[in-house]
Design a protein around this ligand. Structure first.
Ligand SMILES: NC(=O)CC(=O)C(=O)O
Length: 292
């Protein structure tokens, strides 16, 4: 697919997520509409935007997305996208598959008419153990997705990942090389242990590996009293990175909306200046763009 030539105004909604799903949906709606009023074409919500992030919460907040009447979050997201007339990368929500009863961490994407374009189920589950700092085991409750995902837009295809997926370069490279993606979007919830070391570095690495834009959207960090009660210490720092690894826009841990313009003429320029797509040595390593 040819590279798009227009500007894409993107907005990252770094919102506070509470234990009240209805409140989270209402806050998301208000912020999606506010972002659209500021000129956003595409709005991104955080990982787990309708539920606290923690294995103890996933089953309680889980909703069906496919194969049955969609849950309240999917209906609400479709309504927001339609009302705001934006592409909506609906963060992620805990999903239950009614046919298998398996749970997933899933990102739904809607077009400006509020139609569900695709869903991405987090492929790499967040299972880590940093002694004395953080232990997290999504696989205790969730199943991994079995597919890589992207969706078509007028600017070109856009790849999807969720948080821990950012650590796996193959996924972004397949999006870029096999599907011609011009950007990768990751709803994410890094934390105060891993965020400072890895979050920006990984985004910049994925961007320069592939000469495309990378956008991430995190929940805002909860207040100190909630952290003291065990709430997940989200790192925040929702960010947009240019194809040559520059931080185009970012923030700290607060409740905010980050706006930026993705310039796909610039992307084409960079790919001409740095022709790494043509310089690969597939005689020495396999071509990840092969097949589809
Ligand atoms: N929350 C995640 O999925 C990932 C994360 O926090 C990390 O990789 O660090």
């Amino acid at each position: 697919m040819p590279l798009g030539s227009k500007l894409l105004n993107i907005a990252l909604v770094q919102m506070r997520v509470t234990a009240n799903k209805a409140t989270n949906l209402q806050v998301a709606r208000d912020k999606v509409l506010a972002a659209a009023r500021q000129g956003a074409d595409m709005v991104v919500l955080p990982e787990c935007f309708n539920s606290p992030y923690g294995v103890q919460h996933f089953a309680k907040y889980a909703e069906a997305i496919k194969g049955t009447e969609p849950g309240e979050s999917i209906k609400a997201l479709a309504g927001m996208a339609r009302e705001a007339q934006v592409y909506l990368v609906g963060g992620s929500i805990p999903e239950v598959d009614p046919t298998t009863s398996k749970h997933y961490n899933t990102c739904p994407v809607f077009n400006r008419e509020g139609e569900l374009l695709t869903t991405h189920r987090k492929v790499h589950l967040f299972d880590i153990d940093v002694p004395g700092k953080i232990t997290f085991r999504e696989s205790a409750v969730l199943s991994p997705g079995e597919h890589l995902s992207h969706f078509a837009t007028e600017w070109g295809p856009i790849g999807l990942g969720i948080c821990y997926d950012l650590r796996f370069p193959e996924m972004a490279m397949i999006a870029a090389r096999r599907h011609g993606c011009v950007a990768m979007v990751y709803p994410a919830a890094f934390n105060t242990t891993t965020g400072p070391t890895f979050f920006e570095l990984l985004q910049r690495a994925r961007a320069v590996d592939n000469l495309f834009y990378v956008a991430t959207c995190s929940p805002a960090r909860p207040p100190a009293e909630e952290l003291a009660q065990g709430s997940y210490p989200a790192w925040g720092h929702s960010t947009i990175i240019s194809p040559i690894g520059e931080v185009v826009a970012t923030c700290d841990a607060e409740d905010t909306i980050v706006h930026a313009q993705l310039d796909f003429d610039k992307l084409a320029e960079y790919r001409t200046s740095y022709p790494i797509y043509q310089q690969r040595r597939f005689d020495l390593y396999p071509d990840v763009a092969e097949g589809s």
